[in-house]
Design a protein around this ligand. Structure first.
Ligand SMILES: CC(C)(COP(=O)(O)OP(=O)(O)OC[C@H]1O[C@@H](n2cnc3c(N)ncnc32)[C@H](O)[C@@H]1OP(=O)(O)O)[C@@H](O)C(=O)NCCC(=O)NCCS
Length: 186
């Protein structure tokens, strides 16, 4: 239900608390890979915390303050895209993403992020979509580039993660820069 085709057997769908078991199994497959740069696996350590994280996004969606969507490939949940922040009043939002390792290298996140950013800008009137990424996370920086985002600067050593202070790069795209085209993957 409510699935958007991303092509090549991939679909974007809402990801909700009732799917906690499926979500946890997916996180378990990607726990090590995803955790290198982002703390998602640490806050979804077991079924209870996984459900609670999904519930947090359900609450955000109900308040129109965030969104969460899963990416299914041939029926298997393999990743997701989200709006961690969705501030309708200010017209600013922050997008994010993850994949389990077997789903990397197919353009799934670029395609999924295009769909949700397109919605945020065209339907919801967002002015600015941000992408905050560790300076060490080349794969995610490449996604920001493919989305046509601009690197605006770096928050030097602002984010302590697993004992190391990471530098966060800020990338963003403005509504005026978002292309009219809504199909295609590159
Ligand atoms: C960030 C992350 C999602 C990027 O995954 P990814 O598969 O490289 O990104 P995409 O889904 O956009 O796919 C792009 C890759 O698929 C290739 N590709 C194949 N077909 C493609 C298509 N139709 N369209 C776009 N890219 C395609 C691209 O060339 C690129 O591969 P390359 O980097 O080897 O050149 C992944 O590395 C990840 O989950 N990391 C851990 C969590 C994380 O860091 N999240 C981001 C936090 S800011």
């Amino acid at each position: 239900m409510f699935a958007i085709s991303l092509g090549d057997g991939a679909e974007l769908r809402p990801l909700e608390p009732w799917q906690a078991e499926e979500f946890l199994a997916h996180i378990d497959r990607g726990r090590e890979y995803i955790g290198v740069h982002v703390g998602l696996p640490d806050v979804t350590a077991d079924l209870e915390s996984a459900r609670s994280w999904l519930q947090g996004y359900a609450d955000k969606a109900a308040a129109d303050a965030g969104r969460l969507y899963g990416i299914w490939l041939d029926g298997l949940l393999v990743g997701g895209v989200l709006f961690r922040i969705f501030d309708v009043r200010l017209g600013n939002c922050e997008a994010g993403c993850w994949l389990e390792p077997d789903a990397v290298g197919r353009g799934l996140v670029t395609r999924a992020a295009r769909v949700i950013i397109d919605w945020a800008i065209r339907e919801r009137g967002m002015h600015r979509v941000e992408w905050l990424v560790s300076s060490e996370n080349t794969a995610s920086i490449n996604v920001a580039r493919r989305l046509g985002m601009t690197r605006e600067g770096a928050l030097r050593e602002n984010h302590p993660y697993r004992g190391v202070r990471q530098t966060t790069e800020v990338w963003a795209v403005l509504a005026s820069e978002w292309p009219v085209r809504t199909t295609g993957t590159r």
